[in-house]
Design a protein. Structure first.
Length: 620
């Protein structure tokens, strides 16, 4: 049996290498990317003097690690927070700056939200594809479509096929249907998709649909033929073959791609994010272009960008990063863009049935992925390779993010962390162990955690970042179909992690689930299974407080990303990144937190989003 490396369903990004076949090239870095960005932002002022402003008469939550949380007023100038406290004290501190004043009129002022784990470039690529996600259309894009089915996505595909002139064309001029976001696990009736089903929609036009995890793809026979793929007649492809198919599929033109990238970051800003963390940059064979592209996006766009370097499960891949890069943890050189960490990937996706489990998926008799065992797959068949890579990275002073979804993956990841973080004879010293543990080492998704795993994580001073949509969006199918009642109780144990002394963050893994900090907070606070008929809670004992949920998308998320010295709280000397909300998410009477209107977003003292203005009127 052939075993492709089935890495992270959201992070191995098998499609990105194809971008360099014609979209992202080394020559683009020398000027074409810059020109495309300048054109995309040509209608917006890119350099405005930060405003000197005093905010007052509202709910101002500083989210400070210590000291008073709620203050009467906040003063900013020169892109920096100058003072917080009483209105009188702030006015005194701001006198020399000649500030204007903003009456919040009862609204809520918070530090800008921080997205600690998303994937910017593939999110931009998919913006140019046909949307086939299990979520409703804008403006309700954070809500599950309860009528989502194979029939509903077939209708969208058929409609696209009915307008062949509007379909993207490959290099030979042939039209394709490219669709993103397909998720059989969230359909009203789980229907496995393959070539036979898609051939009924078209036997001549190639159809390529990407699973919402980004890890699997479904092709019709025409697409398989176009890609010269003869060894997967089912039409269900994993990473290596996905990349092969996308090499012949249409790509957007560079200006279109940049416009899509701008849209992704504008959407993040409209959600109140002022900082985002790309958890997989460098996946293409032209990493300098990726890095250059994101740096341009950070400097021209509405958000700061931190990044982790995607690392294949090969020691030489890690060695390349270690030889050429160093982590910028203090942002001395660039406060808008910085490389912070190494990204390692232990397994796949639980909803994609590729997460590495200690026992078979409960649905393995009814649903399976070709060439994938019923327990999923490890990205490291030889876990000693993973341990050596982890040791190399932390030994060189790199923070590490390790993707681990299945309980068996979590087990070997924690064993490896123990090996490289625990002093022992012939190993590292107490002093070195302390130094390594202070790197804020993370476990990404950390989906299935038993009590032993939580205790070990806390002992090793590890930090879980939860894809909380697993509870809200996928909780019901995890409970009823994929894991069963008992094992589903282990999902995203936010309260237990906090109770054990670990700071947590919440992330969207966008493109996997929709952006939305208040939605993520809501799902952690209430743990409602949105796909359940009765909207029951999944393991309500793991609910967290509103304040803990808010910290997980502000200060604690910034701390996870080594950005808390700049952002995450409203404290004197930090950057003036803030968000103004129509309601207070800490108000116990407000339950649908995701519906709170983000009225304004400010980056370094400049308003970059206003709900009252059209995008073309918003200065960057």
């Amino acid at each position: 049996m052939s075993h492709d490396h089935l890495g992270c369903a959201c992070c191995n990004l098998p499609h990105l290498p194809t971008l360099t076949s014609g979209l992202l090239t080394e020559t683009a870095l020398s000027g074409e990317l810059d020109a495309a960005f300048q054109h995309a932002y040509s209608q917006q002022a890119q350099k405005l003097t930060p405003q000197a402003t005093i905010f007052h008469n509202g709910h101002i939550h500083t989210m400070a690690a210590d000291g008073s949380d709620q203050v009467e007023a906040l003063g900013i100038a020169g892109g920096t927070i100058i003072a917080t406290g009483t209105l009188h004290a702030v006015r005194q501190a701001m006198q020399q700056h000649q500030p204007s004043e903003v009456d919040l009129d009862g609204r809520t002022l918070l530090p800008g939200f921080v997205e600690p784990h998303m994937h910017i470039l593939p999110s931009a690529l998919y913006k140019s594809w046909l949307s086939l996600t299990p979520f409703l259309a804008i403006p309700r894009q954070q809500e599950l479509d309860t009528e989502y089915s194979f029939q509903s996505i077939s209708g969208r595909i058929s409609a696209a096929l009915g307008q062949p002139d509007k379909l993207p064309k490959d290099k030979k001029g042939n039209p394709w249907v490219l669709g993103f976001g397909v998720d059989p696990s969230l359909m009203m009736s789980w229907e496995d998709i393959g070539a036979s089903q898609l051939d009924e929609l078209s036997s001549t036009v190639p159809i390529l649909l990407m699973n919402s995890s980004g890890h699997l793809a479904y092709l019709n026979t025409a697409a398989l033929k176009a890609a010269n793929i003869e060894d997967s007649p089912s039409g269900v492809l994993t990473e290596i073959r996905i990349a092969k198919a996308l090499l012949v599929a249409p790509l957007p033109k560079l200006p279109e791609f940049i416009a899509c990238l701008k849209q992704v970051l504008d959407n993040a800003s409209a959600m109140g994010f002022t900082s985002v963390f790309d958890a997989g940059v460098g996946a293409t064979d032209a990493p300098l272009v990726e890095i250059g592209l994101l740096k341009l996006a950070a400097h021209l766009g509405p958000v700061r960008i931190g990044a982790a370097l995607f690392t294949k499960p090969e020691e030489k891949a890690l060695d390349n990063w270690l030889d050429h890069y160093k982590p910028d943890l203090d942002n001395h050189g660039d406060q808008r863009f910085s490389i912070k960490a190494i990204k390692l990937i232990a397994d796949g996706s639980n909803q994609g049935l590729t997460g590495y489990q200690s026992q078979p998926y409960a649905c393995s008799h009814d649903h399976s992925i070709p060439e994938v065992p019923p327990t999923g797959l490890s990205n490291y068949p030889d876990t000693s390779v993973f341990s050596r890579m982890l040791d190399k990275a932390v030994g060189r002073g790199w923070p590490v993010l390790v993707h681990a979804n299945g309980d068996k993956a979590v087990e070997y990841v924690l064993h490896s962390y123990d090996q490289v973080l625990t002093p022992r004879p012939g190993g590292i010293s107490e002093e070195e162990a302390k130094k390594r543990r202070q790197l804020r080492l993370r476990v990404e998704h950390a989906s299935l955690l038993n009590d032993e795993a939580i205790t070990k994580m806390a002992t090793l001073q590890l930090n879980p970042s939860f894809l909380i949509g697993h509870v809200g969006y996928w909780g019901h199918t995890f409970q009823q179909t994929i894991f069963g009642q008992e094992r589903a109780q282990l999902l995203d144990r936010c309260y237990s992690a906090l109770n054990a002394g670990m700071p947590i963050s919440l992330h969207s893994d966008h493109f996997v689930s929709p952006l939305g900090p208040l939605r993520m907070m809501e799902q952690a606070v209430f743990r409602t299974m949105e796909g359940a008929p009765g909207k029951e809670a999944l393991n309500p004992g793991e609910r967290i407080s509103r304040m803990a949920g808010l910290r997980a998308v502000t200060l604690d998320a910034a701390w996870h990303c080594h950005m808390d010295h700049l952002v995450g709280s409203l404290e004197t000397g930090k950057r003036a990144d803030l968000v103004i909300l129509a309601q207070d998410p800490l108000d116990e009477t407000v339950r649908k937190l995701r519906d709170i209107v983000v009225e304004e977003t400010w980056l370094a003292g400049v308003q970059v989003h206003s709900a009252a203005k059209s995008p073309g009127e918003i200065a960057r």
